[in-house]
Design a binder for this molecule. Sequence first.
Ligand code: FAD
Length: 727
Amino acid sequence: MLLKARLCGYQYVSRPKRLLVLLFTKASFYNMPCEAAAHFLILYGSQRGQAQSIAEEICQQAAEHGLTADINCLSKHDKYNLDSESRPVVFVVSTTGDGDPPDTALKFVRKIKNKSLPHDHLSHLRYALLGLGDTNYANFCNGGKTIDSYLQKLGAKHFYATGHADDGTGLEVVVDPWIEGLWDALKKTFSTMSTSDQQTHRDCTQDNYHQNASDQEKNLEVDLHLLKLSEVDSPKGETVTSDSSATEIGSTTLVASLKESVPPLSESVLNVPALPPSYLEVLLVGTENVEETVLPDKDGYLEVPISKAVQLTQDDAVKTAILLELEISEQEEVYQPGDAFDILCPNRASEVEELLLKLDLQKQKNCTVQVNLLKNTSKKAAKVPLHIPQNGSLQFILTWCLEIRSSPKKAFLRALVDFTQNASEKRRLLELCSKQGSADYNSFVRDSNVCVLDLLRAFPSCRPPLSLLLEHLPKLQPRAYSAASSSLQHPGKVHLVFNVVEFPARPEHPARKGLCTGWLVDHVSSILEARGTAPASERPGTSALPKVHVRARPSSTFHLPSDPRVPVVMVGPGTGVAPFIGFLQQREKEREANQETTFGEMWLFFGCRHKDKDFLFREELERFVHNGTLSHLIVCFSRDEPDAVETVNRPTYVQHNLILHAKNVARILLKEKGCLYVCGDAKNMAKDVNDTLLEIIGNELQLDKLDAMKIVAGVREDKRYLQDIWS
Ligand code: FAD
């Protein structure tokens, strides 16, 4: 029997009711005329694909609610026109950089920001907006908030409250209920809008009908399967705790893991996301003598030699910091201190090999991969992902194009179920993507940074086809590193500094290093020097220098003030000091060249664990102080035992030193209109510094927190409080 409408993936229905709902859904489909499917438009602005996949999810779910949607990236200006849009519009917008809208939305923002537009320019527009952000960063969800506020200024009206989803705690915490509430809001909007205003873009074709129907049948299969599993009797005499990951049965405590669940989850009826439609067809061509695919010098990337690699920390330091010197002379890369460079890094060869083994594709690794859209796919706006090159070898694509370490999304888990043989593995995968299993998903997949390879290890009967990986794995992203040099001091070169990121072993996966930093440290091992040894390129017998693909990533704001008299405060503990080394080298050269000019004060707040183990750039910073480039170097060591002369309350972190120098910080920011720069760890340091700044301003001006926040927001607006932070 053919069914058109599908059950909403996340609507919880108890077992007896579920059967009723299935029947009811069927009946309502047969009564629904084709034209009843109301249309709306989805526009997304995505930086790394999250907003896009959520937008696609909304589009996919629309059919289940008897609605249809067109979906477009905000950058595709020729595909939509808000000036005459009569359908409700749903925006899904992520945030990037220092609270900026994603690159793909920049042109759109410029357009709606245009001051010459009348205040009622978009008064006809009804819209809902879902912003994505991360509370670990300042300017949470600012990409979405910016678009929201300009749409409001132009008279557009919300038909549903804006959602702000936080990647720091899990996007789905807000995204799922927001989408759940969207359907009612849309239906109400349609009922109040004149039907004649609605554009009917799509016919209810026979093809659509069959595709949706077969999707529904698949979903139904899952429902019935789950129903059976849930009919297993509960163990007798158990105490079920509220924590789904640990349950006491008599005197035994059952603990959940990636592979195993415990009651109540193991006995729950599950609501799982709809099966994402497959949309790629993959062909592997040829097996032998395929030339190795090389990284093309495209998208502005250049392959440059690494002329120097120096370990800046002692061997017994907690973290290893490494400085790289890249030869960029021939390529004439121009950069300013404060800019960063993107580095392309490959996935680890051992992980690619193991993945090939798990996919049973080891023998085909040199085959050329041809990717096409699956005919009759029901995925809306399906296209072959741009990051998958045509005719690249399988090994190349797995090594350079896909983020194989990314945490699988729930839709991917759902898709994997259909390629898993073992019934209990199937059930566990369904639990992990279900609404009821959200806590387990967060703890065993997302927070444990489980990747597809970890899943294939944990669920050995799962054998997905290559096409599924190409559909679900995101683009392998370049990693950014701030320039730690000035080209005035090092012409034709750029210095980058990074910590080798280490992830300890967990039950879900073995110990591993950060993808890029782990690769870089291996890549430069032949030229890596301890501090103070001769540069590798001058040593006789040094073999060909390692190379790396880089591209400048200019910052629009994180630069020294154009007026050299403006005083600056720099806060950069650990590798956060990197851009400030560039600032100071630049200022040192400018002072040499312009001895008559007056230069503003420069303060640097630096911090590390131990004075003798990880005080990065110590000699260079002392030189800057010595020659007057740096007016004040304020340093703290968080793990050194206090000296006898030091008080127990000595400053531990940079924010403690900011408090000790509060008068000067306030003077520079408030009276002298100076700049405050913060660089480094987004998770703790940047937040603590921000709180400290509020305290300093509040105390100085005798204001409460809210008013202090307004002042700080003003300083930020003036581009005098600038952050370059990462996690
Ligand atoms: P990844 O493999 O990408 O891992 C990084 C993150 O992934 C972790 O923080 C964690 O959240 C998560 N993760 C992945 N696997 C696990 C796991 N198994 N367990 C727990 N968590 C996991 N860094 C510097 O050192 N120096 C700089 O100068 C610098 N400048 C930057 C400038 C900009 C503009 C930006 C955006 C970032 C900058 N970074 C800098 C950060 C840098 O780009 C990388 O994010 C960092 O080096 C880690 O990269 P990776 O590939 O080694 O780690």
